[in-house]
Design a protein around this ligand. Sequence first.
Ligand SMILES: [Zn+2]
Ligand SMILES: [Zn+2]
Length: 242
Amino acid sequence: MNNETILPPELSTFRRTAYRPVTAEGDADLRGSKFSGRPWLQHDEPWPLCPNCNTPQQLFVQLNLASLPPDQQKHLGDRGLLQLFYCTSSDPLCEVECEAYFPFARSVMARRIDDVSEPANTGAQGPVQPFAARRIEGWEAIDDDVPGYEELDQLGHELSPEAEQALEEAERPVTGDKLGGWPAWVQGVEYPSCPTCSTRMEVVLQIDSNDNLPYMFGDMGAGHLTCCPNHPDVLTFAWACY
Ligand SMILES: [Zn+2]
Ligand SMILES: [Zn+2]
Protein backbone atom coordinates (compact mmCIF):
# COMPACT_ATOMS: atom_id res chain seq x y z
CA MET A 1 0.00 0.00 0.00
CA ASN A 2 1.27 3.43 -0.88
CA ASN A 3 0.92 5.97 1.88
CA GLU A 4 2.97 8.64 0.16
CA THR A 5 1.44 12.05 0.35
CA ILE A 6 2.73 15.40 -0.72
CA LEU A 7 3.04 17.56 2.35
CA PRO A 8 4.34 21.10 2.36
CA PRO A 9 8.10 21.21 3.12
CA GLU A 10 7.41 23.66 5.98
CA LEU A 11 5.88 20.73 7.90
CA SER A 12 8.76 18.32 7.49
CA THR A 13 10.16 19.08 10.95
CA PHE A 14 6.87 17.98 12.53
CA ARG A 15 6.75 14.60 10.86
CA ARG A 16 6.09 11.58 13.02
CA THR A 17 5.45 7.97 12.12
CA ALA A 18 2.02 6.66 13.00
CA TYR A 19 1.06 3.00 12.77
CA ARG A 20 -2.26 1.58 11.69
CA PRO A 21 -3.10 -1.72 13.33
CA VAL A 22 -3.37 -4.58 10.87
CA THR A 23 -6.19 -6.65 12.33
CA ALA A 24 -8.09 -9.86 11.72
CA GLU A 25 -11.28 -11.33 13.06
CA GLY A 26 -10.95 -13.37 16.23
CA ASP A 27 -9.06 -13.23 19.51
CA ALA A 28 -5.29 -13.24 19.89
CA ASP A 29 -3.59 -15.32 22.54
CA LEU A 30 -3.94 -14.13 26.12
CA ARG A 31 -0.89 -11.86 26.00
CA GLY A 32 -1.42 -10.70 22.43
CA SER A 33 -2.36 -7.27 21.10
CA LYS A 34 -6.08 -7.05 20.43
CA PHE A 35 -9.23 -5.00 20.34
CA SER A 36 -11.66 -6.62 22.78
CA GLY A 37 -11.32 -10.37 23.40
CA ARG A 38 -9.95 -11.94 26.56
CA PRO A 39 -7.48 -9.86 28.57
CA TRP A 40 -4.52 -11.20 30.46
CA LEU A 41 -5.48 -11.16 34.16
CA GLN A 42 -3.56 -12.30 37.20
CA HIS A 43 -4.38 -15.86 38.25
CA ASP A 44 -6.58 -14.72 41.14
CA GLU A 45 -7.90 -11.54 39.56
CA PRO A 46 -11.54 -11.22 38.49
CA TRP A 47 -12.50 -9.44 35.27
CA PRO A 48 -12.39 -5.69 36.06
CA LEU A 49 -15.76 -4.32 37.16
CA CYS A 50 -17.11 -0.84 36.64
CA PRO A 51 -17.34 0.76 40.08
CA ASN A 52 -20.48 2.63 39.00
CA CYS A 53 -22.67 -0.31 37.90
CA ASN A 54 -20.66 -3.25 39.21
CA THR A 55 -20.68 -5.16 35.91
CA PRO A 56 -17.66 -6.27 33.89
CA GLN A 57 -16.13 -3.60 31.71
CA GLN A 58 -15.44 -4.17 28.02
CA LEU A 59 -11.84 -4.71 27.12
CA PHE A 60 -11.31 -2.01 24.51
CA VAL A 61 -7.70 -2.74 23.74
CA GLN A 62 -4.69 -4.68 24.96
CA LEU A 63 -1.24 -3.89 23.59
CA ASN A 64 1.66 -6.27 24.02
CA LEU A 65 4.61 -3.89 24.19
CA ALA A 66 7.06 -6.53 22.94
CA SER A 67 5.22 -6.57 19.61
CA LEU A 68 5.16 -2.81 19.00
CA PRO A 69 7.40 -1.03 16.49
CA PRO A 70 10.84 -0.22 18.00
CA ASP A 71 10.39 3.56 17.94
CA GLN A 72 7.22 3.18 20.00
CA GLN A 73 8.96 0.85 22.45
CA LYS A 74 11.53 3.58 23.07
CA HIS A 75 9.04 5.59 25.09
CA LEU A 76 6.43 2.97 26.02
CA GLY A 77 8.76 0.17 27.04
CA ASP A 78 9.29 -3.17 25.34
CA ARG A 79 7.77 -5.65 27.74
CA GLY A 80 4.45 -6.13 29.49
CA LEU A 81 0.99 -4.99 28.47
CA LEU A 82 -1.15 -1.88 28.27
CA GLN A 83 -4.86 -2.48 28.80
CA LEU A 84 -7.87 -0.25 28.42
CA PHE A 85 -11.20 -1.24 29.96
CA TYR A 86 -14.33 0.84 29.45
CA CYS A 87 -17.87 0.46 30.78
CA THR A 88 -20.47 0.45 27.99
CA SER A 89 -23.48 -0.12 30.27
CA SER A 90 -26.60 1.66 29.05
CA ASP A 91 -28.62 1.19 32.25
CA PRO A 92 -27.24 2.94 34.16
CA LEU A 93 -25.58 4.99 31.44
CA CYS A 94 -22.13 4.92 32.99
CA GLU A 95 -20.49 6.82 30.15
CA VAL A 96 -22.59 9.86 31.01
CA GLU A 97 -22.89 9.35 34.78
CA CYS A 98 -19.12 9.01 35.07
CA GLU A 99 -18.31 11.55 32.33
CA ALA A 100 -16.20 8.98 30.57
CA TYR A 101 -15.23 11.46 27.85
CA PHE A 102 -13.00 13.18 30.41
CA PRO A 103 -9.68 11.67 31.49
CA PHE A 104 -9.54 9.59 34.70
CA ALA A 105 -13.25 8.74 34.69
CA ARG A 106 -14.36 6.08 37.18
CA SER A 107 -15.94 3.82 34.58
CA VAL A 108 -12.71 3.59 32.58
CA MET A 109 -9.51 1.81 33.53
CA ALA A 110 -6.23 2.16 31.68
CA ARG A 111 -3.25 0.34 33.12
CA ARG A 112 0.16 -1.15 32.56
CA ILE A 113 1.06 -4.69 33.56
CA ASP A 114 4.81 -5.21 33.72
CA ASP A 115 5.06 -8.90 34.41
CA VAL A 116 2.94 -11.35 32.45
CA SER A 117 5.16 -14.37 33.01
CA GLU A 118 3.03 -15.97 35.72
CA PRO A 119 -0.02 -18.15 35.00
CA ALA A 120 -3.11 -16.11 34.19
CA ASN A 121 -6.80 -16.30 35.00
CA THR A 122 -8.33 -17.72 31.86
CA GLY A 123 -11.82 -18.25 33.25
CA ALA A 124 -12.83 -14.80 34.47
CA GLN A 125 -16.39 -13.85 33.62
CA GLY A 126 -16.44 -10.91 31.21
CA PRO A 127 -19.28 -8.75 29.91
CA VAL A 128 -22.54 -10.51 28.99
CA GLN A 129 -22.29 -9.14 25.45
CA PRO A 130 -18.60 -8.79 24.68
CA PHE A 131 -17.57 -7.01 21.52
CA ALA A 132 -16.25 -9.21 18.75
CA ALA A 133 -12.51 -9.60 19.21
CA ARG A 134 -10.03 -8.42 16.58
CA ARG A 135 -6.45 -9.47 16.98
CA ILE A 136 -3.68 -7.10 15.97
CA GLU A 137 -1.32 -8.94 13.66
CA GLY A 138 1.00 -6.10 12.79
CA TRP A 139 1.51 -2.39 12.35
CA GLU A 140 1.55 -0.53 9.07
CA ALA A 141 3.74 2.57 9.16
CA ILE A 142 2.58 5.94 7.90
CA ASP A 143 5.76 7.98 7.81
CA ASP A 144 4.36 11.44 7.45
CA ASP A 145 1.79 12.09 10.11
CA VAL A 146 1.74 15.78 11.05
CA PRO A 147 -0.23 17.87 13.54
CA GLY A 148 -3.47 19.62 12.70
CA TYR A 149 -3.54 23.37 12.28
CA GLU A 150 -4.66 24.06 15.87
CA GLU A 151 -1.83 22.05 17.34
CA LEU A 152 0.63 23.61 14.89
CA ASP A 153 -0.60 26.98 16.04
CA GLN A 154 0.11 26.00 19.66
CA LEU A 155 3.54 24.87 18.57
CA GLY A 156 4.13 28.35 17.22
CA HIS A 157 3.81 27.45 13.57
CA GLU A 158 1.51 29.59 11.52
CA LEU A 159 0.24 27.60 8.61
CA SER A 160 0.07 29.17 5.17
CA PRO A 161 -3.30 28.81 3.45
CA GLU A 162 -1.70 26.52 0.87
CA ALA A 163 -0.26 24.31 3.58
CA GLU A 164 -3.59 24.19 5.37
CA GLN A 165 -5.25 23.00 2.20
CA ALA A 166 -2.53 20.44 1.61
CA LEU A 167 -3.08 19.07 5.14
CA GLU A 168 -6.76 18.75 4.48
CA GLU A 169 -6.24 17.02 1.18
CA ALA A 170 -3.70 14.64 2.66
CA GLU A 171 -6.09 13.94 5.58
CA ARG A 172 -3.47 14.72 8.19
CA PRO A 173 -3.38 14.10 11.05
CA VAL A 174 -4.37 10.55 10.16
CA THR A 175 -7.83 9.56 11.41
CA GLY A 176 -8.92 6.08 12.43
CA ASP A 177 -7.19 3.77 14.86
CA LYS A 178 -3.47 4.39 15.06
CA LEU A 179 -0.50 4.04 17.35
CA GLY A 180 1.70 7.08 17.88
CA GLY A 181 1.75 9.94 15.42
CA TRP A 182 -0.24 13.11 16.02
CA PRO A 183 -3.74 13.03 17.50
CA ALA A 184 -6.60 13.88 15.16
CA TRP A 185 -8.35 15.99 17.76
CA VAL A 186 -12.09 16.35 17.30
CA GLN A 187 -12.51 19.35 19.61
CA GLY A 188 -9.20 21.11 19.77
CA VAL A 189 -6.00 20.08 21.48
CA GLU A 190 -6.83 18.18 24.67
CA TYR A 191 -3.84 16.46 26.22
CA PRO A 192 -4.59 15.39 29.80
CA SER A 193 -2.19 16.39 32.58
CA CYS A 194 -0.64 13.81 34.84
CA PRO A 195 -2.31 14.04 38.30
CA THR A 196 1.04 13.29 39.93
CA CYS A 197 3.44 15.65 38.17
CA SER A 198 1.14 17.88 36.07
CA THR A 199 3.15 17.11 32.95
CA ARG A 200 1.29 16.94 29.69
CA MET A 201 0.57 13.32 28.86
CA GLU A 202 1.64 11.81 25.55
CA VAL A 203 -0.57 10.06 23.08
CA VAL A 204 -0.20 6.29 22.82
CA LEU A 205 -3.15 5.13 20.76
CA GLN A 206 -5.97 6.82 18.91
CA ILE A 207 -9.24 4.87 18.89
CA ASP A 208 -11.81 6.08 16.41
CA SER A 209 -15.55 5.39 16.32
CA ASN A 210 -16.48 2.14 14.59
CA ASP A 211 -13.02 1.36 13.29
CA ASN A 212 -11.72 -1.81 14.93
CA LEU A 213 -14.04 -1.47 17.92
CA PRO A 214 -17.76 -1.61 17.16
CA TYR A 215 -18.35 1.41 19.35
CA MET A 216 -19.25 5.00 18.67
CA PHE A 217 -17.91 7.76 20.91
CA GLY A 218 -20.86 10.16 21.04
CA ASP A 219 -21.49 11.36 17.51
CA MET A 220 -18.58 9.77 15.62
CA GLY A 221 -16.00 10.97 18.11
CA ALA A 222 -12.47 9.73 18.65
CA GLY A 223 -10.59 8.83 21.80
CA HIS A 224 -6.97 8.85 22.88
CA LEU A 225 -5.09 6.61 25.25
CA THR A 226 -2.33 8.69 26.82
CA CYS A 227 0.58 8.09 29.17
CA CYS A 228 2.66 10.36 31.41
CA PRO A 229 6.24 10.60 30.10
CA ASN A 230 7.53 10.61 33.70
CA HIS A 231 5.17 8.04 35.21
CA PRO A 232 4.80 4.99 32.96
CA ASP A 233 1.99 3.66 35.17
CA VAL A 234 -0.15 6.76 34.75
CA LEU A 235 -2.36 6.08 31.75
CA THR A 236 -5.77 7.40 30.85
CA PHE A 237 -8.31 7.61 28.07
CA ALA A 238 -10.57 10.44 26.99
CA TRP A 239 -12.64 11.20 23.92
CA ALA A 240 -14.45 14.01 22.19
CA CYS A 241 -17.04 14.23 19.43
CA TYR A 242 -18.53 16.83 17.13
ZN1 LIG B 1 -20.69 0.89 34.53
ZN1 LIG C 1 3.54 12.22 35.74
